[in-house]
Design a protein around this ligand. Structure first.
Ligand SMILES: NC(=O)C1=CN([C@@H]2O[C@H](COP(=O)(O)OP(=O)(O)OC[C@H]3O[C@@H](n4cnc5c(N)ncnc54)[C@H](O)[C@@H]3O)[C@@H](O)[C@H]2O)C=CC1
Ligand SMILES: O=C(O)[C@@H]1CCC=N1
Length: 291
C-alpha cells in the first residue's frame, strides 16, 4: 500500500452503519495498520449499545449510541459503510434517504444487494461502491471484490481501494461478477474451515490428540496456501508433487474423487453465487414494494 493510499484514507470520516463481524474485521484491520485515526471511525447498530462500547474499548472508535448521534454521524461522514444483514438492508437504506448529501460515498459489503437496488431505495444515484470482502480482513489477509457505480469520483475510487487494500487484496470486477466473488472468496473461508474441521476429526479418529490434530491441520493449511503464494506454482502442480505414484496421497485423492470432491465444491460455489442473487432479488422486491 502506497503512502498516497494511506493519506487518502486518513482524511476521510467513516461510519459503519451496522457494526457486526464484517464491520469489525474491516475496522480492526484499518486501525491496527494505523491507516486512519480511530477518531475518524464511528460505529452504530440498531440497538446494541454494549457492542458499540466494546468496539470503542478495543479499537478506540467512536460509538453513536443515541438517535441524535446516529443522525449527525450519518449526515456528516464522508463515507457510509453499509454493514447490516441483507434482510435489514432495505429499511436501513430507506432511512438514509432524508439524511444524505449528494457527495457522500456509500460502500456496501452486503451480499446480493445490487447498486441499482441501493439507488432505488435511496431514490437517487448516490455514488456507490459495492464490495464483497471476507472475514480474513481482520488480520490484513482479506480478499475483496469491488465494483463502482458510474458516479463514483476518481478520489472516491482511490479511497475505496485504499480502504480494502489496507486489509488485504482487492480485485476490481464488473458488478455482475460480485456474486462469483461471493462464491469463491466471500464465503470461501468457511469452506476452508469446514475442510479443517474434517481433517481434525479424522486425525482424532485415527488416534491423535485433538491438540496435535489441530496444530498439524492448521500448519498444513497455512503452509499449503503459503506454498502457492510464494512459489507461484499452480495448486494442481503442487498437488502432483505431493502425490507419489501408487502412494498414500494417490489413495486419498482417489477416495475424494469417489466422493465427488471437485463436483461438490463446484456445486457449492455455484449455489453460493445463486443464493446471493436470490437474496438480492428479495431486497429488490422490498424496494419495488415501497414505491
Ligand atoms: N460475515 C462474513 O463473512 C461476510 C459478511 N458479508 C456481509 O456483511 C453484512 C454483515 O454481516 P455480519 O457482519 O456477518 O452480520 P452481523 O449480524 O454480525 O452484523 C450486522 C449488524 O448490523 C446491525 N444492524 C441491523 N440493522 C440495522 C439498522 N437498521 N441500523 C443500524 N444497524 C443495523 C446489527 O445490529 C448488527 O450489529 C451482511 O450483509 C453480509 O452479507 C460480506 C462478506 C463476508
Ligand atoms: O453467509 C453470508 O451470507 C455472508 C456473505 C459472505 C459471507 N458471509
Amino acid at each position: 500500500m502506497s503512502n498516497r493510499d494511506a493519506s487518502s484514507l486518513g482524511k476521510n470520516t467513516l461510519i459503519f452503519y451496522g457494526a457486526g463481524s464484517m464491520a469489525e474485521a474491516i475496522l480492526r484491520g484499518l486501525v491496527e495498520a494505523s491507516l486512519t485515526s480511530p477518531n475518524n471511525i464511528t460505529v452504530m447498530n440498531r440497538s446494541n449499545a454494549d457492542r458499540l462500547l466494546e468496539l470503542e474499548r478495543q479499537y478506540g472508535v467512536v460509538p453513536a449510541t443515541t438517535e441524535d448521534l446516529k443522525k449527525s454521524a450519518l449526515t456528516s461522514a464522508d463515507v457510509i459503510i453499509l454493514g447490516m444483514k441483507p434482510k435489514d438492508s432495505a429499511n436501513a437504506i430507506k432511512a438514509l434517504q432524508p439524511l444524505l448529501r449528494p457527495e457522500q460515498l456509500i460502500v456496501s459489503v452486503i451480499a446480493g444487494l445490487s447498486i441499482s437496488t441501493i439507488h432505488q431505495l435511496l431514490g437517487r444515484e448516490q455514488p456507490v461502491v459495492r464490495t464483497m470482502p471476507n472475514t480474513s480482513s481482520t488480520i490484513g489477509l482479506g480478499a475483496t471484490g469491488i465494483s463502482f457505480s458510474a458516479s463514483v469520483s476518481a478520489s472516491q475510487r482511490e479511497f475505496a481501494l485504499a480502504m480494502f487494500n489496507a486489509v488485504g487484496l482487492t480485485a476490481v470486477v464488473d458488478e455482475p461478477l460480485i456474486e462469483a466473488v461471493n462464491g469463491v472468496s466471500g464465503s470461501g473461508p468457511a469452506y476452508v474451515y469446514y475442510l479443517m474441521e474434517a481433517m481434525i476429526n479424522a486425525g482424532v479418529q485415527l488416534g491423535l490428540t485433538p491438540e496435535a490434530a489441530k496444530d498439524l491441520t492448521v500448519q498444513t493449511v497455512r503452509g499449503a496456501a503459503e506454498m502457492v503464494f510464494t512459489t507461484g506454482e499452480n495448486p494442481g502442480e503442487l498437488r502432483r508433487k505431493v502425490t507419489s505414484p501408487n502412494g498414500t496421497t494417490q489413495a486419498a485423492i482417489e477416495t475424494l474423487d469417489h466422493y465427488s470432491f471437485q463436483e461438490g465444491m463446484n456445486k457449492a460455489i455455484v449455489r453460493c453465487a445463486d443464493r446471493a442473487r436470490e437474496m438480492g432479488d428479495a431486497i429488490r422486491a422490498e424496494a419495488v414494494d415501497s414505491k
